[in-house]
Design a binder for this molecule. Structure first.
Ligand SMILES: [Zn+2]
Length: 459
């Protein structure tokens, strides 16, 4: 071992056990973890090494760093807007993002991104796929720069799911301010510019760009779907969008195109292993088969779907069919607990409430939140704890009284719920959470900035 490798080496020592993110018997492992050069170099018995940093993981359960596969970081400054606390999706869209988007300045977005990413890190999440769709010509800043710079500063991996629309959706009242539309050629040129600047196709990329119109149903014209898919694939970018979050998607596609949404997208080259959709709550058995057969992924957002009363997505069914299921927090404006630990707990409880105790296991949910997210993003070097993978790791502290008495402590990060106690989180070997805090982040100062942003948004 070279001197430099020894200086970079980290040993996670003494954990109660490891959830690997893999399926079946490989879902659990024991022992210590050696990290060298940002990668997992050994799992099991790890002898002491001179110069290596040792992190005490005693009383802790270790998992891969969690992945939020569909997020809206800007919404971290739009939590609990009273006008839409009890409203369905369409009214909520009018009262929250579409009411507030013109008031976002660079400070509002920077604070929202910092709050959202801090919340994710402190719940063990080290990769975020941020679906951002506010790219107004009136802004005097570049949203993608603010988002990527915040991720870099705090140490997360980030995929920018570059949203936008070429046409406006009609809502339930006429008084909305729709986000500005772009012509398709302008949208594609801007996506290409962002991709050239930030997109890294490598399996261990820290920055990715994805083409992600807001919805395929209302956000773009029907004859634009194929050109968008073709352009994304030519640029080497994945495709993402919202789909079938509410019954309204199904009704609209039936009335407009005479078929259900997933079939309609299949006819427009919008399915495949390089595509994943947020929600997919209202899908029937034939649509699930099509999703599974094509490798099209689901970013399952149980808390947001619960908060908006949208329904429960058939994630366990898609998983059993061999399909790709990822977990996601969606936006904090429709999920006031926008962290991944409460998201896992919600998934665990909801599917059992709806489908019985065999509907889903803790290991299943953990796998969705780790390997499942890595798979839909195509980040093959993360998502599991295996030798050779990137050292994206969360260390959950179980020393509080709420965890005392567990016969199987490894289920705790999923089954126990409550606020996560993350002792350490690492992303690519860098320690991004240490003793339950984010190095260099002043929580009180951030809360004060957030309070000022909320007051200004409502001024
Ligand atoms: Zn969303």
């Amino acid at each position: 071992m070279t001197e430099r490798a020894a200086a970079d080496a980290v040993i996670l020592r003494g954990a109660l056990g490891i959830l690997t993110g893999l399926a079946g018997p490989a879902a659990r492992a024991r022992g210590d973890i050696l990290i060298e050069g940002g990668r997992i170099a050994a799992v099991g018995a790890v002898p002491d090494r001179p110069g290596a940093r040792v992190l005490d993981a005693s009383g802790c359960v270790v998992t891969p760093g969690l992945v939020s596969a569909h997020h809206h970081l800007f919404q971290s400054m739009l939590k609990a807007v009273p006008a839409a606390m009890d409203a369905p999706l369409e009214t909520w869209l009018r009262c929250v993002p579409y009411t507030y988007w013109p008031r976002f300045d660079v400070e509002a977005l920077a604070v929202a991104a910092t709050v959202g990413m801090a919340e994710l890190l402190l719940s063990g999440c080290t990769t975020v796929a941020d679906h951002h769709y506010l790219f107004a010509d009136t802004y005097d800043y570049a949203p993608e720069a603010v988002l990527f710079e915040t991720a870099e500063r705090l140490g997360l991996r980030m995929a920018l799911l570059r949203g936008g629309t070429t046409r406006s959706r009609r809502f339930d009242t006429p008084d909305i301010v729709p986000t500005p539309n772009e012509r398709i050629d302008v949208m594609l040129r801007r996506v290409q510019d962002i991709a050239q600047r930030y997109h890294d196709p490598a399996p261990d990329a820290r920055r990715r760009v994805v083409l992600a119109p807001n919805t395929p149903t209302w956000g773009v014209a029907r004859d634009e779907l194929r050109p968008l898919a073709q352009a994304a694939r030519q640029m080497g970018l994945r495709l993402h969008s919202h789909l079938s979050e509410t019954q309204t998607y199904v009704t609209y596609c039936h009335e407009t195109y005479g078929m259900r949404p997933v079939q309609w997208l299949a006819d427009h080259d919008w399915l495949g292993p390089d595509v994943w959709f947020a929600h997919l709550v209202h899908v029937d058995a034939a649509e699930l088969s099509l999703l599974a057969a094509t490798g099209t992924g689901m970013a399952h957002c149980p808390q947001s779907n619960g908060r908006l009363g949208s329904g429960i997505a058939p994630a366990p069914a898609l998983d059993r069919m061999g399909g790709r299921v990822a977990l996601a927090a969606d936006g904090a404006a429709s999920n006031e607990a926008c962290d991944m630990i409460s998201e896992m707990h919600a998934a665990f409880l909801l599917h059992r409430a709806a489908g019985g105790p065999a509907a889903v296991t803790c290991d299943d949910v953990l796998r969705w939140a780790t390997a499942g997210g890595a798979a839909v993003l195509g980040l093959d070097a993360i998502g599991t704890i295996e030798v050779g993978k990137q050292a994206d790791i969360a260390v959950f502290d179980l020393t509080a009284p709420r965890y005392a008495g567990l016969h199987d402590p490894l289920v705790a990060p999923v089954a126990c719920g409550g606020g996560a106690r993350v002792r350490f989180a690492l992303c690519g070997g860098r320690v991004v959470v240490e003793d339950g805090a984010i190095p260099g982040l002043d929580h009180a100062a951030l809360a004060a900035r957030a309070g000022a942003v909320v007051r200004r948004l409502n001024a």
